[in-house]
Write a protein that binds this ligand. Structure first.
Ligand SMILES: *Cc1c(COP(=O)(O)O)cnc(C)c1O
Length: 381
């Protein structure tokens, strides 16, 4: 059986008439840049994420860059972040001229370890950029405590985590800035590139809106140097349709995660062979505890010490997988100048060698999930 890692056609065919009508309405209006669709999108995504302000931007990468620009971060500054994430996290820091300073990750959640942040803070540290990897939020309470103590803004890279929760609070709403991506493969994906920065702070929101449009206010007067980081009306129109379904899709992903958990147990595959992703107790709909964590499973990532052979086997059986991410950022060629060595972040390095993402998209069928676990079982036999 063929099981793709992600099947966006299934989602589109379910929403086709609604999306096509929304796109046509933008063409009918000929209002392509900013305008009512973008404003509606900003209000809806901010409200959904428990924030007061939203600023639609051109991509998740630009959302991160703009948050850093809004804090006037640049050459000579340092920003603390994780080495185990998509490149854009540290890439955006480096593009401002600031230096990414990495701390290692927790091997179970893959998120940066709060207890290692303090040792990395210097008088050059200007911000902490935390990533909620795979749809699971980082341990925000200790991170926010350190940030408050040191007077540092926290930027949440929530590109993979829209709608996920930590103790009842939504991704992006806790730090000074929350950054989302509408890249098509994200849980809330557009028809191209797009993103958003959310904030609870009116002054920061005003600055973001100016930076997005060349720092211009009023027209042709520039008090600061911004860029063209605008969100297209067409993308906003698509997001406005899709946002209504996001919770349903997240529940589908959670149900798939629980199904994998059950199938692995039934197949007798234990953690000594394949390690499951960490799941907050609340992933189980019958759970009535107080943890309040909500994992939205942008990815379902297992790990195996024999990862590469397992992946080859799955490819041979038509099962789509991906490695997020094969090279931790401190080992990327472009960051050689930072001077890190291959032993500096052992958990990030081990994760890069062992993790494998399995299909988890909401439309995944029972038969497909069974086929995935069957082929893993046949590899282990
Ligand atoms: C996707 C992603 C980004 C970048 O988003 P784009 O919209 O592709 O620019 C940044 N950080 C993380 C963790 C991501 O997964």
């Amino acid at each position: 059986m063929n099981v793709p890692l992600l099947d966006l056609k299934a989602q589109y065919s379910a929403l086709q008439s609604e999306i096509d009508a929304a796109v046509k309405a933008v063409f009918d209006s000929q209002y392509f840049i900013l305008g009512p669709e973008v404003m509606a999108c900003e209000q809806a995504v901010a409200a959904y994420s428990h924030a007061t302000h939203g600023c639609g931007v051109s991509s998740g990468t630009d959302a991160l860059l703009m948050a850093l620009m809004a804090e006037d971060i640049g050459p000579g500054d340092e920003v603390i972040t994780t080495p185990y994430t998509f490149f854009a996290t540290a890439g955006s820091i480096a593009r401002t001229g600031a230096r990414p300073v990495f701390v290692d990750i927790d091997p179970e959640t893959y998120n940066l370890r709060a207890d290692q942040i303090e040792a990395c803070i210097t008088n050059k540290t200007k911000a902490i950029m935390v990533v909620h990897l795979y749809g699971l939020m980082a341990d925000m309470d200790p991170i926010m405590a350190i940030a408050a103590q040191q007077g540092l803004p926290v930027i949440e890279d929530a590109a993979q985590a829209i709608g996920s929760e930590y103790k009842g609070r939504r991704a992006g709403s806790i730090g000074a800035y929350g950054c989302f991506s509408f890249f098509p493969s994200k849980n809330l994906g557009g028809a191209g590139d797009g993103g958003m920065v959310i904030t609870q702070d009116e002054q920061r929101a005003k600055k973001l809106v100016m930076l997005r449009n060349h720092g211009m206010e009023p027209k042709y007067y520039h008090a600061m140097i911004g860029g063209n980081f605008r969100l297209d009306a067409l993308q906003a129109a698509v997001i406005n349709v899709k946002l209504k379904y996001l919770d349903e899709w997240s529940r589908g992903r959670q149900a798939n995660a629980l199904r994998y958990k059950r199938l692995f147990e039934e197949a007798g595959i234990g953690p000594d062979q394949i390690q499951m992703p960490w799941m907050p107790p609340s992933t189980d709909p019958s759970y009535a505890g107080t943890c309040g964590c909500r994992h939205i499973f942008n990815q379902f990532v297992i790990r195996s010490t024999n990862r590469d052979a397992l992946r080859d086997h799955l490819i041979g059986q038509g099962i789509g997988t991906e490695i997020y991410y094969p090279v931790p950022l401190h080992m990327q060629e472009c960051f050689t100048y930072l001077g890190y060595k291959a032993v500096d972040f052992p958990e990030a390095e081990r994760a890069a060698a062992e993790t494998l993402a399995l299909p988890i998209y909401p439309e995944l069928t029972d038969e497909q999930a069974v086929a995935v676990v069957d082929s893993i079982q046949s590899f282990l036999r």
